[in-house]
Design a protein. Structure first.
Length: 271
């Protein structure tokens, strides 16, 4: 976001020695009360009137999630036009990263407040009832379920149809105050191996490009996916067949040029 010229007030939800993709880690999680204390510091110094967006990612407890909702309500007091981009981090590949109790909190309290949500396939399944998504049609239906909860824009950030060696990413936007939506898809080849942090990168890029192209989710989709894909290619080239977690740390600094100037490789298709 900062490479694109954004001033960002970062409030870390955790202070860890390394990300949780490694075998072990040390550190602590920020409590909901600590978050509110940091937010109060921003309030006391009149630093909130210019805030336009709230972006949230990994949250490890219900109390912290509840505090985020309080923060969002206060931000809307300062700026009723503020937008909330929510990456509902729950897990991936059939495995939860957080307590399962957070699913209900996201579904009932957080998602209805969000402007844009950015789940992966596993998270979309959990938020919409748990049905396994195996086809494009199912993915579209589940995106509509999220729209019905409140968000005007839904990005399904990763989805691999059953039996296909292709990764699909969907961008669905409510076209009016009615229930009608417009959905775009983008396909790209599956890259080998696993990476940590792609969801965080996706969510940040979605915010940036949605702000620059507020009525053009197809362009946002193309810029985001092409950027993430080339970052992963840079990461694989650096790893040079080394499959360790350390070797596959995202090469963000080395990809600075591509983050600032996304390539035009994969194109979005209107469904």
């Amino acid at each position: 976001m900062q490479l694109h010229g954004w001033d960002v007030d970062v409030l870390n939800s955790v202070q860890f020695s390394n990300h949780t993709g490694y075998t072990s880690f040390e550190g602590e999680r920020l409590s909901g009360q600590q978050l509110l204390l940091l937010f109060k510091g921003l309030q006391d110094n009149a630093l909130l009137s210019s805030v336009q967006y709230l972006l949230t990612g990994y949250v490890g407890s219900e109390t912290f999630l509840s505090s985020i909702l309080h923060v969002w309500q206060q931000l809307r007091h300062y700026n009723p036009q503020a937008r909330y981009v929510c990456d509902p981090v729950l897990g991936d590949q059939g495995r939860f990263y957080v307590p399962e109790s957070l699913v209900q909190v996201y579904r009932e309290q957080v998602i209805p407040q969000a402007t844009i949500v950015t789940p992966n396939a596993f998270e979309l399944e959990q938020l919409t009832g748990g049905e396994k998504i195996t086809t494009l049609e199912m993915a579209q239906r589940q995106c509509q379920v999220l729209h019905n909860m409140g968000p005007s824009i839904v990005f399904l950030t990763s989805f691999q149809p059953l039996g296909e060696n292709v990764m699909m990413i969907l961008a669905s936007q409510r076209t009016s105050e009615s229930s009608s939506t417009q959905c775009w898809k983008l396909e790209c080849p599956v890259l080998p191996g696993s990476f940590t942090g792609t969801g965080d990168l996706c969510a940040a890029l979605i915010l940036v490009h949605s702000a620059n192209h507020p009525n053009d989710v197809a362009t946002v989709l193309e810029k985001v996916v092409n950027t993430v894909y080339v970052v992963l290619e840079q990461t694989l080239a650096y790893a040079d067949n080394d499959s360790t977690v350390k070797a596959r740390e995202l090469r963000l600094i080395q990809s600075k040029h591509f983050i600032e100037h996304p390539p035009q490789r994969f194109r979005a298709v209107l469904l």
